[in-house]
Design a protein around this ligand. Structure first.
Ligand code: NDP
Length: 433
């Protein structure tokens, strides 16, 4: 039976986020534009970071249709499509543990195949085989053709967003509580259907980790290979490059290893799958987050032992907070409380941790993530603020995300959320914010 928009199960959304349809339209148009802008603002092709170009030259290039045609690279697109197909095939074929998601409004729980980690390891093994056979120059394609890969990813993410928006009107779909306004611009952006699928492939969960996040790690490996090729071997790769690449690759591998933890995050439990997540997962994350590693290919920084140790320490601290906080909540939401942490039982029945990391701030996991973000930029030195883009963007992003989550929890838990806020007054950074 169908569950049409406006029924009890799929109520109309009456509140807008992201400043409503104008905000949604702005983000939809501006983020792809900004991704290209960021690429050209920090790139060898344009003379560095920031680039050495005069305005007349830029305007001339923008008027030339070849500029736009050159954003498309048939070879890069072919490899990108192959990569996407590889991720789907690995999801279908590799052995997997089946994990239940959280309870949905329709009283059902989704079942997910968790084999992102083995997909990642398989991809790494293939890349290691290529590098072993051909040397570091064998895997520089991602660095050298990044623009082409970016355009192909943008094409796939847009097609995917259009597809999930159109198919959300088929009968029987469970829509999100925040993406059923009836305004096509807004709903297309935020995502209308909670869990769009093709066959048994859940698109939101698939996109969340695999094709974008693993690609981000592969881009970092490619930047390492490019620097090793230019500097005449692995032994000459700079400490800053090793650090940045290692931190980001580690973050990706860790996310894959802890794949089951994503089933309690906001993207999976609350948000629909629309342009916001499709673009964010496939384009924004791999192509903007890898900027620091890309920069270090052409601006090679030597940190020395002391700075290396300090940055390593900062990243380790961030990771510890991030991982412990996410594990505490994930264990708790799965009925486990190994450290016997204190909690508040809400009238709704679900419980909120009030000690451990979740007793120090209402989003301790964001705090850890932010410390890591800073550690990923510091190896680039202080020549340009552009390489600090990730940590600056991420700070605003997480502050806004915390506000969104706070509003959602206030609605969900009513007075109990106010009580929780009194017990845990800090939003992200304990004793500061
Ligand atoms: P969280 O994992 O922080 O989850 C928020 C939810 O947790 C709330 O809606 C609530 O849901 C539950 N919750 C809140 N307080 C408590 C409590 N005291 N005890 C138990 N449960 C509680 O949300 P996100 O999805 O935003 O973040 C997940 C991780 O992903 C973070 O580490 C974040 O930094 C990272 N992230 C990284 C991004 C990137 O681009 N690198 C992008 C987005 C996120 P309920 O009560 O319904 O269970």
């Amino acid at each position: 039976m169908g569950t049409p928009a406006g029924t009890d199960l799929n109520p109309r959304t009456t509140k807008y986020e992201f400043y409503g349809p104008p905000g949604a339209l702005f983000v939809t148009v501006a983020t792809p534009f900004f991704t290209y802008l960021l690429y050209f603002s920090c790139s060898e092709e344009t003379g560095g970071c920031p680039p050495e170009v005069d305005l007349e030259h830029v305007l001339g290039a923008l008027k030339d249709p070849h500029f736009y045609l050159n954003l498309w690279d048939a070879e890069a697109a072919k490899w990108y499509f192959a990569w996407f197909a590889f991720c789907v095939a690995a999801w279908a074929i590799l052995p997997a543990r089946v994990v239940e998601g959280t309870l949905m409004r329709d009283g059902l729980k989704k079942k997910y195949k968790t084999n992102a980690f083995s997909t990642c390891i398989l991809a790494f093994c293939i890349v290691a085989g290529i590098i072993y056979q051909q040397g570091p120059e064998g895997f520089t394609i991602l660095y050298r053709k990044l623009l082409g890969f970016m355009t192909a990813a943008l094409a796939v993410s847009t097609v995917q967003a259009v597809h999930v928006y159109a198919s959300s009107f088929q009968p029987g779909k469970l829509l999100t509580l925040n993406g059923n306004t009836g305004n096509p611009i807004y709903d297309f952006f935020i995502g209308r259907e909670l869990n769009p699928t093709i066959g048994s492939l859940d698109l939101k969960y698939f996109n969340e980790l695999r094709p974008g996040l693993i690609l981000w790690a592969l881009i970092c490996i490619s930047t390492l290979c490019e620097q090793a090729t230019r500097r005449g071997g692995w032994a000459n790769v700079t400490d800053s490059m090793w650090l940045t690449a290692f931190f980001q690759i580690f973050y990706v591998v860790d996310s894959m290893y802890n794949e089951a933890a994503i089933f309690t995050i906001m993207d999976i439990t609350t948000d629909g799958f629309g342009f916001m997540l499709s673009f964010g997962d496939l384009v924004w994350v791999p192509f903007t987050y890898s900027l620091q590693a890309r920069y270090l290919v052409f601006e090679q920084v030597e940190l020395g032992l002391v700075y290396t140790a300090l940055i390593l320490g900062l990243n380790s601290l961030g990771y510890l907070i991030f991982r412990q906080a996410n594990s505490e909540k994930n264990d708790f939401r799965n009925g486990k409380n190994p450290r016997n942490l204190a909690y508040l039982t809400t009238k709704r029945g679900s419980k909120l941790l009030t000690s451990g990391w979740w007793g120090r701030s209402r989003h301790p996991n964001y705090f850890g993530d932010l410390l890591m973000a800073l550690a990923w930029s510091l190896p680039t030195g202080f020549e340009t603020p552009i390489t600090y883009f990730y940590v600056i963007f991420f700070t605003f992003f997480l502050i806004y995300r915390q506000e969104r989550d706070d509003a959602a929890c206030a609605e969900k838990y009513g007075d109990d959320w106010e009580t929780y806020k009194q017990i845990v007054p800090y939003r992200i950074v304990p004793y500061v914010y």
